[in-house]
Design a protein around this ligand. Structure first.
Ligand SMILES: [Cu+2]
Length: 120
């Protein structure tokens, strides 16, 4: 009887542990490509929309056909300007979006080369 009780309690505890583990599972990494060309991101400076908690990998690529250099940053998310990227160079930025809000992504080198990133 006692052994049965211990077994039942163990099963219930295991279920609770599994439920807690699932709830705290890290969100999958979502990859977003940003190309830099003609002083724009992806040609249109698109608004990028995410949900709170999303983990995002930004793949930022300079695809200019002339020797124009760009430099990516998201000041509001503490993603600083880095060294300038020449044509063909790629920078990866991985960020977890923990705070809802509207943020600006931009090129540090060229004023007006920017778009919005929204976390809902
Ligand atoms: Cu630029």
């Amino acid at each position: 009887m006692m052994r049965l009780l211990v077994t039942l309690i163990s099963i219930v505890l295991a279920g609770v542990m599994i439920r807690i583990a699932v709830r705290h599972t890290i969100a999958p990494l979502r990859t977003v490509d940003l190309t830099m060309r003609d002083y724009t991101f992806n040609g249109t400076n698109p608004t990028l929309t995410f949900r709170k908690g999303d983990r995002v990998r930004l793949v930022i690529r300079n695809v200019e056909t002339t020797p124009i250099r760009h430099n990516f940053s998201i000041p509001g998310l503490n993603i600083p300007c880095d060294r300038e990227q020449g044509p063909g160079e790629i920078r990866h930025v991985i960020v977890t979006l923990t705070r809802p809000g509207t943020y600006e992504y931009l090129c540090c080198t060229h004023r007006g080369m920017k778009g919005m990133l929204i976390v809902k």
